[in-house]
Design a protein. Structure first.
Lengths: 262, 262
DNA sequence: CGGTAATTTGATCCTCGTCAACCTGAGTGG
DNA sequence: CCACTCAGGTTGACGAGGATCAAATTACCG
């Protein structure tokens, strides 16, 4: 079950030793980007500027970690560009992916408020750049701009609902359906007929397995079957959806009469 | 899989028709209780009194609902006494239990901040009494006492971490282990040898199944086996743990050498 | 003492995880 | 430019964990 320790080798590098110290540059960052994030909704231009001034920037190469599970929570991040995978490892070495972060979304914020170390690892899937605010800066911002805390509450609340939904799916639905849902989500697929989309960052069978709670073997079998049916096509680390409505049908568990029709 | 529609009959009664209108009594409630809740931590005595004045009280008989999945989110609740089960129903009619609420904990708060209707149903397991604050009252409180929003953020953050952990467990661990963990959690068990505890509210095999993502049959088999080993004893709707360390060993997946010893 | 709901227990089946082997293609270095 | 390497991917065979189906059996309640 699960990717055991092969990838952990790379992980270890990122966790402790390899990650360089935070570059403490406080140069101003693009405010338009901040304004686009839900966290800073309803902030005035002037306040936005002050928030931007308190931010730092950090980059990570593909495969490197922003922070590791168990690290003490020093800061929260806002992804500027790239893609980040939030994953947990069990004591037994099994890996579970909790979510993928797209630009404009925040990550690492929860333990800043509820205490404790980071409960998961944040890995750059692509070369990624993020703004970050230290624990102290965050506290100051929270005191200065109370609406920001309300925004944060809304964001975290959304995350609870998301996790609850995924929990329910994992508990009640079979693998194929969960994989279909995950692919639609990752591809951000519109369901119009013929509207082909694709996942715009490299992703392996293993990654999808960790995201849906199954094994790379099962994912491989499922994707092969779909490819044969012309629902999608895939190269290594890449998936393109040819018929979103086909994937949608599986995600919604329509009984697919078109397969059993006489 | 899952309790299908038998219980839904009762649910429907609670959902729409049977629930009486909110009794709009604004009588003051016990402040000591409020002070004990994490939500109101760091509030001054005078502020606490004003919060208490804004609260309403509502009671529910065992089996009745505080609110139903899909209802518009009018208020959040703080359980005063009793026990509440938060559950989701899938379109197919399967039921999943997300959490049990103990006195002092809040529920129904998330959608007040992140929008949308209640994502789950809140059912009284015992005769229960709760304080509640309307959406408007909540907004006012949030504006007047910013630290309360920070507290709420910490609580909701905790809930995210909890859901993430349960998600990981469901994805990677087998049933027996999840059941063990659930029982320890529900019994609030200390693990000292010989420290027998019990679950202090009525709970069925079906309930445990919905909490752990399995079927009542499997739960029944597991509990029977444990009972034979003297780990616990159970009557209908009731479980008493005789050897918490035994349950703990299963939850932690110790290879239980004492069974295979020569 | 029925009647009902909770529980137990057996038998069977099926999804999917596990094990194993092999294939493929993108780098890489000589 | 090609052999080599190796991670990612495919596929088959097999079996186990647990879901499903089916009946009893038991406990509680009025």
């Amino acid at each position: 079950m699960w990717r055991m320790l092969p990838r952990s080798g790379a992980l270890c590098l990122c966790f402790g030793t390899k990650r360089e110290a935070f570059p403490e540059m406080a140069r101003p960052i693009d405010e338009g980007l901040l304004a686009g994030s839900r966290l800073f909704a309803r902030l005035e231009g002037r306040d936005l500027r002050r928030v931007a001034e308190a931010a730092h920037i950090v980059s990570r190469a593909a495969g490197a970690a922003f922070f590791g599970q168990g690290d003490s929570a020093r800061a929260f991040y806002l992804l500027i560009e790239g893609r980040v995978r939030i994953a947990q490892v069990t004591p037994e070495g099994h890996q579970v992916t909790l979510r993928y972060i797209a630009p404009g979304q925040i990550f690492g914020a929860v333990p800043l408020f509820s205490g404790g170390p980071y409960p998961a690892t944040a890995l750059a899937v692509l070369k990624s750049r993020a703004a970050w605010w230290s624990r102290e800066a965050t506290r100051l911002l929270a005191e200065t701009y109370p609406p920001m805390v309300v925004n944060a509450l809304a964001i975290v609340g959304h995350r609870v609902q998301e996790m609850q939904d995924r929990y329910r799916e994992l508990a009640t639905e079979r693998v194929e359906r969960r994989v279909a849902r995950a692919i639609l989500h990752l591809a951000g697929a519109r369901t119009e007929i013929g509207a082909r989309t694709e996942i715009d960052f490299p992703i392996s069978r293993q990654d999808i397995a960790e995201l849906t709670g199954t094994t790379l073997h099962t994912v491989s079998r499922i994707l092969s079957a779909w490819e044969q049916q012309g629902i999608l096509e895939s190269r290594r680390m890449h998936i393109r959806v040819l018929r979103p409505e086909g994937v949608r049908a599986i995600a919604d568990d329509l009984k697919r009469e078109d397969e059993t029709r006489m």
